[in-house]
Design a binder for this molecule. Structure first.
Ligand SMILES: Nc1nc2c(ncn2[C@@H]2O[C@H](COP(=O)(O)OP(=O)(O)OP(=O)(O)O)[C@@H](O)[C@H]2O)c(=O)[nH]1
Length: 313
């Protein structure tokens, strides 16, 4: 096992080769994949929420180190397909698994291993070429005995290169997770300029922030029905401190439109204000946000609409 920043110093100091490559995280919904990626990268690039399956796009975060560059592809929860959208996510996940250099398989410390974890472990067993680091997440929510039992249970799930407990919330062993992933990367030059945190276009990040704001406080059935598209985003003419953002928030049914908008538009106003603050933090400028709610009937099941909303085959 690799020792983080061990007595020998960093790889660069030892004259070891620079490593670079791609990693992705899999795990059933809500196990803390996005939170861990954010902790590794050190800034907020993927959205998190306490609701399952909020991450739909492969957003990359980049860990820059003197000895390595680790590009993280954040995958959506791997799950059994239910809708067309589900099937798309799964094919996306499967192709991601074979393309990366190392996979982080997340299992939470505080919940017993279930059919979802086993399903993913079986999928991973089929991806023979890519090493898998099993990560027992959220250790702050479990006592040491439970964590120890979970580590043993995870060991039984498959043939893993490493098994490591960590808490992204407390920063416990996050560096070790990075070390273990990096140790599996091939030798190579940096793939992205230093300082780059993500190669997602800003518009996609902005759309994700709006969706995150819209998800806050809504009932369980709504999250999967919301999609956001930024139609236009540009600096206001003659101003270098203000960006205009025009975004459409799509729901599947007129009744959902009412929920999002709220009584006399109160809820939509709140969503807009919350999203605007986040977008301003991301862009570092003032933002005017024009947010419209639209109904795209059953968009999750309609290939044409899926493409329009950015989900490609
Ligand atoms: N206490 C604690 N909570 C955590 C930790 N990591 C994540 N969480 C919480 O768990 C919930 C889910 O975290 P996410 O990072 O969104 O999980 P995810 O696996 O990316 O979820 P999907 O996008 O649905 O696949 C959020 O409420 C997080 O705040 C942790 O280390 N400790």
């Amino acid at each position: 096992m690799t020792t983080p920043g061990g007595p020998e110093g960093t790889a660069a100091e030892r004259g070891a080769a620079f490593r670079s490559g791609f990693a992705c995280f899999v795990g059933r919904p809500n196990v803390g994949k996005s939170t861990l990626m954010n902790a590794l990268v050190g800034t907020k690039v993927a959205i998190t929420s306490d609701r399952p399956q909020t991450t739909r796009r492969a957003i990359r975060g980049i860990v820059h180190r003197p000895d390595a560059q680790l590009v993280i592809v954040d995958t959506p929860g791997l799950h059994k397909p239910r809708t067309l959208l589900g099937e798309r996510l799964d094919s996306l996940v499967r192709s991601t698994l074979t393309e990366v250099d190392v996979i982080g398989f997340c299992v939470p410390a505080d919940q017993p291993i279930g059919p979802g974890d086993r399903f993913i472990a079986r999928e991973l067993a089929n991806v023979k070429r890519t090493p898998v680091v099993a990560i027992v997440t959220k250790t702050d929510l479990a006592d040491p005995e439970t964590i120890a039992r979970q580590l043993l249970a995870v060991q039984e799930l498959g043939d893993f290169a490493e098994i490591v407990p960590c808490s992204a919330d407390r920063g416990f062993q996050v560096d070790l997770v990075a070390d273990l992933l990096i140790s599996r990367l091939p030798e190579g030059v940096a793939l992205y300029p230093e300082g780059d945190l993500t190669d997602e276009p800003e518009q996609v990040l902005v759309a994700e922030l709006v969706r995150e704001a819209a998800l806050e406080g809504v009932r369980d059935e709504l999250p999967h029905s919301i999609a956001v598209v930024v139609e236009e985003m540009a600096p206001r003419e003659g101003r270098d401190d203000l960006v205009d953002v025009y975004a459409h928030l799509y729901v599947e049914r007129p009744s959902q439109k009412g929920i999002i908008i709220g009584h006399k538009g109160a809820r939509l106003k709140e969503v807009g204000a919350r999203a605007r603050r986040q977008i301003e933090a991301l862009l570092g400028t003032k933002v005017y946000l024009d947010l419209r709610v639209k109904v795209a009937k059953d968009w999750q099941r309609d290939p044409k609409q899926l493409r329009r909303l950015g989900f490609y085959d």
